[in-house]
Design a protein around this ligand. Structure first.
Ligand code: SF4
Length: 380
């Protein structure tokens, strides 16, 4: 008799939209911390989680933001308990909380650990003070190092650090200094994000006033490739365009986003994916809280993807992974051979070395990852 197929586990995303200060480059859904609004918001979040109750197993929870570390350990404990109450939370679930270094103290981190958080993601961004100042960040490089060491002392054996590439006035040598400092600390996971300047970012004005420039495209490419090469040498394995990890420390939650997993998002602006359905909660914090207080669903845009859109989505997201996509599996799942559909448009990228098609898989090379937006246009 065939073994029963295990029900795929869900991920839960909890959005915490508050920050102690607003960074000049940030385009996320967030606002300045307001103590009264936070109380209303957390009550709404608990209510939304309870309303979604079902028996499906859950194997990841991700507190993202905003700055989830504005929550006290007691508040995090309450939210984890709400998730456990509403879902079948697996005992080995990965529970991640994003934290800014300036809020890190032993008591707080120890409290998060006791609340069940077993993975911390620290928003370091740079180990150079002048780069952090230009971004308007509240912490210094020394504070970031201290936060990492405190996380270890508080019992976290799964810590991720975020760094940002292509900052104003950042040189290749300056970037590599940050990479070296990261390697010296030895986190279990790291994310390298390219700074994207959205049209009205205050940082743009500050750059004009200060005469700050971003390095030329070739230097940005050198930073990305050089940083990854150094991380390879140090024993990290790249698994996604922006993410590297030591063995067994890939983000199980984020992998759901790229590999056809399902998740429920709670809180303002949070996205959810179930089967072919995609929906997003209303984005404004007050609107979200008011809807929940009135006992109404906080859902904004919602739609069902067509088979065609799901196929494109699978390709688009799967190609972000270093292993790329299994073309035969995708064909079997959707009844359409993706190479027959897009091969003509993708072949030039194979010829130019941005994509590799071998052993039934299609994947980006590292050079291809640098130009991923161009390649992904094929699926839009
Ligand atoms: S702390 Fe993070 S979410 Fe908050 S404003 Fe800065 S970059 Fe944005």
């Amino acid at each position: 008799m065939a073994a029963p197929v295990a029900e795929p586990a869900l991920g839960l995303y909890l959005h915490v939209p508050f920050c102690d200060a607003i960074c000049n480059y940030c385009n996320f859904n967030r606002g300045l911390l307001d103590a009264d609004l936070k109380v209303r918001y957390l009550a709404a979040l608990e209510r939304e989680i309870a309303r979604a109750s079902e028996s499906t197993p859950v194997d990841t929870i991700f507190f993202g933001g905003g700055t989830p570390s504005v929550l006290t350990p007691t508040e995090v404990t309450t939210l984890v308990a709400a998730c456990r109450e509403a879902f079948d939370l697996r005992p080995d679930a990965e529970i991640t909380l994003e934290m800014n270094p300036e809020g890190a103290s032993f008591e707080r981190m120890h409290g998060y650990r006791a609340a069940g958080v077993n993975r911390l993601s620290l928003g370091v961004q740079s180990f150079r003070d002048e780069e952090l100042r230009r971004l308007g960040r509240l912490h210094s490089a020394a504070r970031a190092v201290e936060a990492f060491e405190t996380a270890r002392a508080a019992g976290f054996d799964d810590v991720s650090l975020d760094l940002m590439v292509w900052l104003p006035e950042q040189t290749v040598a300056g970037w590599m200094e940050s990479v070296e400092q990261l390697i010296a600390l030895g986190p279990d996971h790291a994310s390298l994000y390219l700074l994207e300047l959205y049209p009205n970012a205050p940082l743009k004005e500050e750059m004009a006033r200060g005469g700050w420039e971003q390095a030329a495209d070739e230097a940005a490419a050198e930073m990305y490739l050089g940083g990854l090469a150094r991380l390879d040498e140090a024993g990290y394995r790249q698994y996604e365009i922006s993410n590297v990890a030591r063995a067994e420390h890939r983000s199980r939650h984020n992998l759901k986003y790229w590999s056809g997993g399902e998740w429920l998002g709670f809180g303002c602006g949070a996205h959810s994916t179930r089967g072919r359905r995609r929906w997003q909660n209303v984005s404004e914090i007050g609107d979200y809280a008011a809807l929940m207080e009135a006992g109404e669903a906080p859902i904004g845009p919602s739609r069902n993807l067509s088979d065609d859109e799901r196929l494109a989505d699978t390709m688009f997201l799967g190609l972000r992974l270093v292993d790329g996509v299994d073309l035969d599996l995708v064909a079997a799942r959707f009844g359409h051979d993706p190479w027959a559909r897009w091969g003509g448009e993708l072949e030039p990228f194979v010829s130019s070395g941005l994509l590799v098609r071998e052993h039934g898989r299609l994947r980006l090379t590292r050079e291809g990852m640098l130009l991923a937006n161009e390649v992904m246009q094929v699926f839009v």
